[in-house]
Design a protein around this ligand. Structure first.
Ligand code: GRE
Ligand code: ZN
Length: 327
């Protein structure tokens, strides 16, 4: 399929590139490093060869989210967003930007999002999970009351918020024990991100701000598979499950306020299951370059056993609509 739009596509700056090194075996690091630092050369060739017209670009993980000093996080986000704006300006026909945001300081995050959307022309934000807030290891998720004004701004600006994975801190990763292979994209990324998404739902965020749209990668971080069971067990408590502050069922919000992408999860049975749960209007193509290969994503997607109507929606037109992109 030509004209695909891909939206979980990462780059790094010299300042943030080191954050990705722990994920690569030593022998693969030079390749991953050069893929992350490249925007205009290899990346455009990969897009051309695989029918990807447009990539929405985002900073690597965890970057800003792992800077406990809020003032430094604000500065890093601004520098990264300015850098990305310059790169997008070189090829506005092929690239758009997602803002990196200093969620450690919700007010500053709202201001940076406003600047990124209004002044830099970005199409939304991509945030790498929870943020570290103090050197003592404190963290913040975005279901807190302090983040409500931030979400009001997201709703007002009308742009999607991509909740992208990061690893749990060591103290929260003890459950994995010696099984370090479960960290990162294999398992911990998805678990971490799914719990965060459920916290947003359970906090009642989407009752207060029904216009907020959250994007999840990896075909929904396993959540489409879990919706029935979540609500079935919440119903034991007559929808007053302990700590559940939202008015409606989890699945209601998942269907109304969430979009999912195919990033790094190129398997047709899972895609078909997601289509059965969410419908094909809420699923969007992505690759997860440079951690995954564009050709692997594209070859799978282009020939997956779904209807051509669904392929066109997932590959392109859903993104045009959700990100307000001119065709
Ligand atoms: C990502 O998508 O951000 C990612 C990493 C590290 C390994 C794999 C991966 O940051 O997909
Ligand atoms: Zn990713």
């Amino acid at each position: 399929m030509l004209g695909k739009i891909a939206l979980e596509e990462h780059f790094a700056t010299e300042e943030t590139i080191g954050d990705s090194q722990p994920y690569a075996p030593a022998e693969s690091w030079p390749e991953l490093r050069s893929r992350l630092l490249d925007i205009q050369d290899r990346r455009v060739r990969e897009m051309d060869e695989n029918g990807v017209e447009l990539m929405l670009l985002s900073l690597n993980s965890p970057a800003v989210q792992a800077v406990p000093d809020a003032a430094k996080a604000v500065d890093l986000a601004r520098r990264a967003n300015d850098f990305l704006a310059d790169e997008v300006a070189k090829r506005p026909d092929r690239f758009r930007g997602f803002a990196a945001l200093p969620m450690q300081d919700p007010e500053a995050a709202a201001e940076e999002l406003r600047r990124a959307v209004v002044d830099l022309g970005f199409v939304g934000a991509l945030v790498n999970g929870f943020s570290e807030v103090d050197e003592d290891g404190s963290t913040t998720h975005y279901d807190t009351d302090d983040h409500r004004p931030f979400w009001a701004e997201v709703e007002r600006l009308g742009v999607p918020f991509y909740l992208h994975p990061r690893n749990p801190l060591p103290r929260d990763a003890r459950v994995y024990g010696e099984h370090q292979w479960l960290l990162g994209p294999a398992w911990a990324f998805g678990h971490e991100t799914a719990v965060h998404a459920l916290r947003l739902i359970g906090s009642g965020l989407f009752d207060a701000h029904p216009g907020v749209r959250i994007v999840l990668g990896h075909l929904g971080e396993n959540l489409p598979y879990g919706l029935w069971r979540l609500d079935n067990h919440n119903a034991w408590h007559g929808r007053r499950a302990p700590g559940y502050r939202a008015r409606r069922a989890v699945a209601d919000y998942f269907l109304a306020n969430f979009l999912i992408t195919t990033s790094g999860n190129f398997t047709t049975q899972t895609l078909v299951s997601a289509i059965m749960s969410l419908g094909s209007d809420r699923i969007l193509f992505s690759t997860d370059w440079p951690f995954e290969n564009v050709d692997h994503a594209a070859r799978w997607f282009d020939s997956a056993a779904i209807s051509e109507t669904d392929r066109h929606k997932i590959g392109r037109t859903n993104a045009l609509r959700e990100f307000n992109l001119a065709p």
